[in-house]
Design a protein around this ligand. Structure first.
Ligand code: UT7
Length: 327
């Protein structure tokens, strides 16, 4: 057998325990003098609730449970995982990488590479594409590709324009070498000149944080750019795969805002009912959102073996990317 492709063998996800409906969040913010409402959040974003990690949980802990579920679904021996990529912008530490910490928590010994992918909300598309390349080149056979985030730790709960949007979570896939094509095409892009519209512009220097450790966003600017690049990159990846939009069974956009998601879906002429929507349940979980939505739809049996899925992500950097996956 010649293994010149990569395929998704199993998916898994995890949402942490602290569940905040819009109502509960609005009450918490109101005690600090910040006014928002369930009506505003639902109308502008489609978000109804989000989950936050417990104080003792780190990103690698969320990633661990998602990874264990994906490994069980793939039915592979975890010691055969040679490559671990964790897409995250909320790592446990400055270093070592969350992927190395996860490798240890999984009990994987003598593995190949483990590293983090920092492409914010486009991180899963980036990580999947890199893992696919390393599998196709014959470097590794079994990979864990994960999106895991604790964005709640970056939120300024005095800034109502951002703190109502994000949540924590993790999603994972086992990607393995195959003689059947699984990842049919992908496309990645970045434009650093937009860094300022979505950023956490802080760093550690001399033992103190310099700049800001809170997430900053120009929401309307991000919104406009996101709708434009998501349509372009979706068309680009369809052309690369030599496919038309009617050959796609499911669209899984980055779960950021229902208005961005529906806008892109309509621009592509794709039926809204074939778009996987989970943003209402968990808000924007950044790099975790696509694998979370994928796993939820695999487990509720909407997505079936052989289905062709278009994923697309966009986030800080600015970064964006898309891929077509045959399950
Ligand atoms: O992964 C990528 C990450 N980012 C995104 O996807 C975000 C992209 N952007 C968005 O989703 C939208 O721009 C937002 C949801 C952030 C905001 O929606 P918008 O329709 O662009 O609203 P806006 O920023 O233009 O604000 C409209 C009004 C403002 O009040 P005034 O100036 O009209 O009086 C805001 O102050 O809504 C106000 N506002 C709020 N009101 C109640 C902003 N946040 C809130 C809030 N509750 N949480």
């Amino acid at each position: 057998m010649t293994n010149c492709y990569s395929r998704v063998l199993g998916t898994g996800s995890y949402l942490p325990p602290l569940h905040f409906t819009n109502q509960v969040l609005a009450e918490r913010l109101s005690r600090e003098g910040i006014e928002t409402s369930d009506e505003w959040i639902v109308a502008r974003t489609g978000i109804h609730a989000r989950y936050f990690a417990a104080p003792e949980q780190k990103t690698s802990d969320l990633a661990l449970i998602a990874a264990q579920r994906a490994i069980a679904a793939a039915d592979v021996d975890f010691q055969t995982i040679e490559l671990i990529i964790v897409a995250t912008s909320t790592p446990d530490f400055v270093f070592p990488s969350t992927a190395c910490l996860l490798q240890d928590k999984l009990g994987i010994r003598n593995s190949g590479a483990a590293f983090d992918m920092q492409a914010v909300c486009a991180g899963f598309s980036y990580a999947l594409t890199v893992a696919d390349g390393l599998i196709r080149s014959g470097t590794y056979h079994n990979a864990l590709v994960i999106g895991a985030e604790t964005f709640s730790r970056l939120l300024d709960f005095k800034d109502r324009t951002t703190c109502v949007l994000f949540g924590d979570g993790a999603g994972a896939v086992v990607l393995s070498a195959s003689d059947q094509p699984g990842l049919l095409a992908s496309a990645l892009h970045a434009d650093g000149s937009y860094a300022h519209i979505l950023c956490t512009p802080g760093n550690v220097n001399g033992g103190v944080i310099q700049g800001s450790a809170f997430l900053h966003m120009d929401g309307p600017a991000v919104f406009k750019l996101a709708v434009s690049v998501l349509e372009k990159v979706a068309l680009e990846v369809l052309a690369k795969a030599d496919m038309s939009v009617d050959q796609i069974d499911w669209l899984i956009p980055h779960q950021a805002n229902i208005r961005i998601m529906q806008g892109t879906c309509r621009k592509l002429g794709f039926p809204l009912e074939r778009m996987i929507v989970t943003v209402d349940q968990h808000g924007n979980t950044s790099a975790a959102s696509i694998p979370l939505a994928l796993d939820i739809a695999v487990r509720d049996k909407r997505i079936r073996p052989g289905d062709q899925i278009l994923i697309e992500g966009v986030g800080g950097g600015f970064t964006w990317g898309a891929a077509i996956i045959r399950m």
